[in-house]
Design a protein. Sequence first.
Length: 126
Amino acid sequence: MTDFDDVARRYIDVFNETDPAARRQKVAALWTAGGTYTDPLADVAGHDGIDGFVAAAQAQLAGFEFRLLGPVEGHHDQARFRWEAGPTGALGGGAEAPVVGFDVVVTDADGRVERVHGFLDRAPAA
């Protein structure tokens, strides 16, 4: 059985990893080779596509950190969780994060992510 709390923590760790080589290793360890990531701003596949998307998100949200919001809910091969992103060190102090999302992950039999379906609940205007 997949430990969805662990999957969600590792997922958030990918988005917080700023060292490109370490981030790439984390992507490869968490996602299947053909894994996909789809949200309103992206539709990418494979480790290169996912890593490239995360790098772009980090560039756009420079100085931000990501964290889980609330519990991770999972059953069978899928889980859902909320997350937020805001200035490093500023989260958790009662201030509202400028970016909030909700993701659904689908895993394979080994607990690796095959698909992410992402939704943005709040994001700054482009």
